[in-house]
Write a protein that binds this ligand. Structure first.
Ligand code: ZN
Length: 265
């Protein structure tokens, strides 16, 4: 009998350990990260005013297309608390018709050099020395070679975002590679209902969900400004439960919480 009690006790402990969930700050139940790629004008014109009026901070993956006109604006965006992050200088991707810079002849080291140069450009914009990264076209390989471990070795970026779809809900934080963090890459004209459905799925999981936006009310792979606003309204209405923060801040929290649970690691 005693033995049975002991065995069931052990089983219970094992089960609760397996289900051990991350505890988010301020009693929040889930985290949503809003990220925007390619330094597009529609983000400056539409996304940022909406984010600011809702009081949310987001992450912008910029490239070397920022210039004398836009750099002062991005600098002001950073001052408000948004995160400026690295998306390379030239956005090299495997050859396609609409992709001006092909990564087919890049080596992992060439990518490292490019990421490092973009880090330096971003330092000149906002004075920060720690960066997060998003793989151009969500490709983790150049010239047929995966460069994630090369990036890890050089330590140029703290966390990196990969792609994914509406099922990219992160709940297994123990096995999450900080340089392969999945996100929901939106398609053109994703509706408000679809955006909110993803948030609800993240809420149910108690985990983290990352949106990958491009154009907002303009440019390309566009999310309509109304759908974007509806998403922010939903997040605002549910802000007791949902923590909306930058990619870096969310991942810093995840990293800190993993350390607490596994002090040896
Ligand atoms: Zn991009």
């Amino acid at each position: 009998m005693k033995r049975l009690v002991l065995v069931s006790l052990l089983l219970c402990t094992a089960a609760s350990y397996a289900q051990q969930k991350i505890v988010w700050p301020k009693h929040k139940k889930a985290v949503i990260v809003l990220t925007y790629d390619d330094a597009l004008m529609s983000q400056l014109n539409n996304a940022i005013p909406q984010l600011d009026s809702a009081g949310f901070k987001a992450t912008f993956f910029l490239m070397g297309n920022i210039n004398s006109q836009t750099i002062p604006i991005w600098r002001a965006v950073a001052k408000k608390g948004h995160e400026l992050a690295n998306h390379t200088l030239f956005h090299p991707c495997s050859s396609t018709e609409d992709n001006p810079v092909s990564s087919d002849h890049y080596t992992p080291y060439a990518m490292i050099r490019e990421i490092e140069t973009m880090n330096n450009l971003l330092f000149a914009v906002d004075g920060k020395t720690t960066r997060t990264y998003a793989y151009p076209c969500t490709e983790t390989a150049v010239g047929g070679k995966d460069y994630v471990d090369t990036l890890r070795k050089y330590g140029l970026v703290k966390y990196a975002r990969i792609g994914g779809d509406k099922d990219a809900v992160i709940s297994d934080f123990k096995n999450l590679d900080p340089l392969r963090v999945p996100s929901y890459g939106l398609e053109e004209n994703t509706s408000a209902d679809q955006l909110i459905a993803f948030v609800k799925k993240v809420q149910q999981s108690g985990g983290m969900g990352i949106f990958m936006f491009h154009g907002i009310g303009g440019d390309y792979i566009t999310t309509q400004a109304g759908a974007h606003r509806a998403l922010l309204n939903y997040l605002k209405e549910n802000q007791k439960e949902i923590w909306v923060t930058t990619f870096r801040e969310a991942m810093d929290y995840v990293k800190g919480s993993n350390k607490k649970q596994n002090p040896g690691k």
